[in-house]
Design a protein around this ligand. Structure first.
Ligand code: HEC
Length: 181
């Protein structure tokens, strides 16, 4: 009896493995970047990210002061490193943003001001798997990641001096679409 069950389970697993292998070899797993993610893919990616954030994102207040100097440092970093994907203050997506799978949110329109700074900190530090969102933990200092998180938290209510710097940021690659479709 037990032997039968073990054999049955093993055979089922082998068949599932074979079907997956044949599916991948036949190119049935989408490999293109200009499609729309399926509901299942969106659900799995979102749910796993939320659970990871709940476990790992810092819940303490940012270890840097909320002042003009830190906000402006965050804006300058954003302009140099993030605007190419997340857009400038006009919210117009660049060509890179339009072609990337998943589409990066244009943060001037679709911002993350509601997220705690620690959540944004984690995303910038570690990146988001299966998307174009890079991990910056190895290339930016801790203080710089917090400056970015601080700016994104206050993007929709900046004091006058940082607001002027932000408004002057232009996304290099942004421009009117030139392709026909
Ligand atoms: C190569 C493109 C690219 C670059 C450069 C990039 N990102 Fe992202 N980012 C993405 C994509 C794509 C997503 C969406 C991920 C998803 O769908 O979950 C994302 C998501 C995010 C999110 C989460 C948004 C949300 O709605 O939850 C934050 C915050 C973020 N990025 C911040 C940054 C910061 C700060 C920088 C610069 C240091 C940066 N990103 C650079 C592509 C990029």
């Amino acid at each position: 009896m037990m032997r039968g069950v073990i054999l049955g389970v093993t055979a089922t697993l082998v068949v599932i493995g074979l079907v997956l292998y044949i599916g991948v070899r036949a190119g049935m797993m989408p490999a293109n970047a200009d499609g729309k993610p399926s509901k299942l893919e969106r659900w799995a990616a979102k749910t796993s990210l939320q659970a990871t954030l709940a476990r790992e994102a810092p819940t303490t207040a940012p270890p840097i002061a909320l002042n003009d100097a830190n906000l402006i440092a965050g804006i300058r970093l954003y302009a140099a490193t993030c605007a190419v994907c997340h857009g400038a203050s006009d919210g117009n997506p660049s060509r890179i943003a339009r072609g990337l799978y998943q589409h990066p949110p244009q943060l001037a329109k679709d911002g993350v001001e509601d997220d705690p700074e620690g959540v944004t900190y984690w995303k910038v530090d570690h990146g988001i798997r299966f998307t174009g969102m890079p991990a910056f933990g190895k290339t930016l200092r801790d203080e710089q990641i917090w400056q970015l998180a601080l700016f994104l938290k206050h993007m929709d209510g900046l004091p006058p001096a940082p607001q002027r710097v932000w408004k002057a940021v232009k996304s290099e690659a942004a421009g009117p679409p030139t392709a026909d479709r």
